[in-house]
Design a protein around this ligand. Structure first.
Ligand code: PHE
Length: 444
């Protein structure tokens, strides 16, 4: 069977950036910045993104493109008769876990986009909180929206790589960028926005704890979509002529820029309206409608914002679903349609459990967490970080250095020996040591 592929450099970049930029940037990043002290957290996060996670992104890209196979077979192709396929299995499991709770938040987003259109969001502050709580705890509404979100995701990837994922991302990502910049400009020009800007840019390292490092690392993994086979799977559809290092660096750069702009869109407004930055995961869903209400043309801005969030979520969830779908197509020799149906089935069941765990099933606890939080922390803190660790060990210690150099330089056509040597050093020594240290301390 001939494999589909991305048509060219821009298509690959928007797909990878589309995967990276998502609820992680617009929903998770601002609230983590708020709860972890602002500027210092951001600096640590940026350091992790470029020094630690960019080399992991490059490793994952390299494994995918060299093997041109799904997340599991990639490892068994590059290391035949070895046990390394387990890294890919972890990735597929991770992708299933993330897709399950991600679709729930995607469903909330779709729900809010619809509410925004019908002007159902503009209320007093208690009503805003009630709106959110009664929606997420309801046994039907969020489940239906989660399912619609999954259908939306499936609708894009049914078109395959070039005509589905690439075309969708090429149109949506630039629109998304323009919209979020517009909102950020509005936010920073609000009277009283200065405190928020200071919060974002004036670091106070005295409050940095080990936990801050952990949260920052987890967020860097989550935001770059690394450690669960998403980058690997996309990269397996990338042609041999693309520049791996350049595309990876641009992906990490746009993801980081996007997080910063999301911070600028949210934090100054939070401060300008005297809202607590430590609000937590509800920040976007509870606080923003309240902020929108007090803005001129707030109803319109609310619609814009929740559609941005929805688009960003879909360009990410398609990469999660594609990990599972490519795996099923190639390992079970099923058609893309059937593979998508199977994935939809699994994700709907698990997603429903995640959604219901906010309400009627909230008494079910796994390690003290409800199902939603368990899936969230299992994937970000265990599956992705472990996946990333094993991946750099694979590339740094199992794959031959000649193979690494051959793939990263497009068989010697690109000539940046010193840069490639430095990246190899980070992959072989620095990344494993740092991740292992943080993971061990994290478990204690
Ligand atoms: N990076 C995505 C986001 O920030 C989430 C994601 C994680 C996507 C892992 C794919 C794989 O929203």
């Amino acid at each position: 069977m001939k494999r589909d592929n991305f048509s060219g450099t821009f298509g690959v970049l928007v797909a990878l950036a589309g995967s990276a930029i998502g609820l992680g940037n617009l929903w998770r990043f601002p609230y983590l910045v708020g709860t972890n002290g602002g500027a210092a957290f951001i600096l640590i996060y940026l350091l992790f993104v470029f020094v630690l996670c960019l080399p992991i992104l490059i490793s994952e890209f390299l494994v995918g493109r060299r093997s041109q196979s799904n997340a599991v077979r990639a490892f068994t192709t590059l290391a035949p008769k070895s046990k390394w396929g387990i890294v890919g299995v972890l990735g597929v499991l991770g992708a299933i876990a993330i897709l399950s709770f991600y679709s729930v938040v995607g469903g909330w987003t779709l729900n809010y986009a619809v509410k925004a259109i019908s002007m159902d969001l503009l209320h007093t502050s208690e009503q805003v909180t009630d709106t959110f709580n009664s929606m997420v705890t309801s046994p039907f509404e969020p489940v239906i929206y989660m399912f619609l979100f999954l259908l939306l995701t499936a609708g894009v990837i049914i078109g395959g790589i070039k005509n589905g994922i690439e075309r969708f991302s090429k149109i949506m990502m630039p629109i998304l960028f323009v919209m979020i910049v517009m909102i950020a400009v509005r936010s920073v020009t609000l009277p009283g926005a200065g405190a928020g800007i200071e919060f974002l840019f004036k670091p106070d390292f005295s409050k940095v704890t080990f936990e801050t490092l952990l949260v920052a690392l987890g967020q860097a993994f989550f935001s770059l979509s690394i450690g669960c086979g998403a980058v690997l799977t996309y990269a397996s559809y990338v042609k041999k002529s693309e520049n791996i290092v350049k595309t990876s660096a641009l992906t990490a750069f746009s993801d980081a820029i996007f997080a910063m702009i999301a911070g600028l869109a949210v934090m100054p407004a939070v401060f300008a309206f005297g809202v607590s930055p430590t609000e937590g995961p509800g920040l976007v869903f509870i606080i923003l409608p309240e902020i929108f209400e007090q803005l001129p043309a707030g109803g319109f801005i609310a619609i814009l914002f929740f559609f941005i969030l929805l688009i960003a979520a879909v360009t990410s969830s398609i990469s999660l679903m594609e990990v599972i779908v490519t795996y099923i197509i190639e390992e079970f020799r099923l058609s893309r349609k059937i593979a998508i149906l199977v994935t939809l089935f699994i994700a709907t069941i698990l997603g429903t459990l995640c959604s219901l765990s906010q309400g009627v099933l909230s008494q079910i606890r796994i390690f003290g967490l409800n199902i939603f939080d368990f899936f969230d922390s299992l994937s970000a803190n265990v599956l992705m970080t472990l996946g990333g660790l094993l991946l750099v060990l694979f590339v740094g210690w199992k794959l031959k250095k000649e193979d690494f150099m051959d793939e990263i330089s497009n068989s010697g056509t690109l000539n940046h020996k010193i840069l490639y040597g430095a990246i190899y050093f980070l992959i072989r020594y620095i990344a494993p040591i740092v991740i292992l240290t943080i993971m061990i301390f994290g478990l204690i």
